[in-house]
Design a protein around this ligand. Sequence first.
Ligand code: HEC
Length: 157
Amino acid sequence: MTMTLKSTLVACTLSAGLAFAAIAQASDVEDSIHYRQSALGVIGWNIGPLGAMAQGDIDYDAEEFAHRAENLAFLASLPWEGFIEGSLRGDGHGVDTDALAAIADDWDDFESRQRTLIEETATLAELAQGDDFGAMRQQVAAVANTCRGCHDNYRAD
Ligand code: HEC
């Protein structure tokens, strides 16, 4: 009798624990997708004026350029912790994401592209302290190519 009650209690505790774990996991996945999309959105916002200046759509403003470049260099390392297991397209979580399953298959390459972005944006922030606008423009292109390269491989159109 005692044994039965005890094992029933244990069984209840276990299944409650499992259900809770499942819920916690689902919201971790949702949160991480929202987190990375937000971080990437903030990156997109900050590169906007840099691209516009590099392409001559708006006048070069040294202070604004340096400010945006510094933001980018800081932001470049943020999104990646949001790419957790089970959070890609086709993982069955039901959250809208453009992150392709290829990210899990080619994680080393995906990581190396993150590092490239961190390096290229650091170089841009450094150049932005100087007065070689030609070099800055070239470096904006290098950063944009890094974005594009990763999107071409790992982001849905
Ligand atoms: C290492 C790969 C990688 C690099 C580098 C990268 N991105 Fe992305 N980006 C992604 C992936 C994957 C997604 C899709 C995320 C999702 O939907 O969960 C994405 C999504 C985005 C989004 C959409 C966010 C949203 O609201 O859903 C923007 C904007 C963006 N990236 C801008 C940039 C810019 C600008 C750069 C370069 C400065 C850049 N990304 C560099 C992989 C990358």
